[in-house]
Design a binder for this molecule. Structure first.
Ligand code: FES
Length: 147
């Protein structure tokens, strides 16, 4: 059994401890805002927050998360959009939308660590894959969220 907190609720997953966090979130907790893109740690669509850091949930096992605090896109904000989500909307970042939860979670973690990231720092932190080519609008949104 693996015990940790997801979106401020204690969870007990009775799964193989080697199960990737991505599948516990999606298949057991029904938190399907966390997306499966590649499963190999390259695309970033599965990014969640673990103890304040952006983590690709396909690359971390639930057995390694004992006692941690995980936040998914569903737990980021309650009654209104998180400021990063609001900035993404204002900059009209979203095209198909599939990769957006991962970008939002990575942006939140970036701005928590660095309130004024350079374009190079943004690009390094958000090195996810997006087939729609949202990158220029994404940079604008991160700058708006940081302002
Ligand atoms: Fe995890 Fe692509 S699904 S990085």
């Amino acid at each position: 059994m693996s015990r940790f907190t997801v979106n401020n609720l204690p969870q007990e997953y009775r799964l193989d401890p080697e199960t990737p966090l991505l599948w516990a979130l999606r298949d057991v907790s029904n938190l399907t805002g966390t997306k499966y893109g590649c499963g190999t740690g390259h695309c970033g669509a599965c990014t969640v927050d673990v103890d304040g850091r952006a983590v690709k949930s396909c690359q971390v096992t639930i057995g390694s998360l004992e006692g941690t605090f995980v936040t998914t896109i569903e737990g980021l904000a309650r009654d209104r959009s998180h400021p990063v989500q609001a900035a993404f909307l204002a900059a009209q970042v979203v095209q198909c939308g599939f990769c957006i939860p991962g970008f939002v979670m990575a942006t939140v973690a970036l701005l928590r660590q660095n309130r004024d990231p350079s374009e190079a720092e943004i690009a390094a932190a958000l090195n996810h894959l997006c087939r729609c080519g949202i990158y220029p609008r994404l940079i604008d949104a991160v700058r708006q969220a940081a302002a």
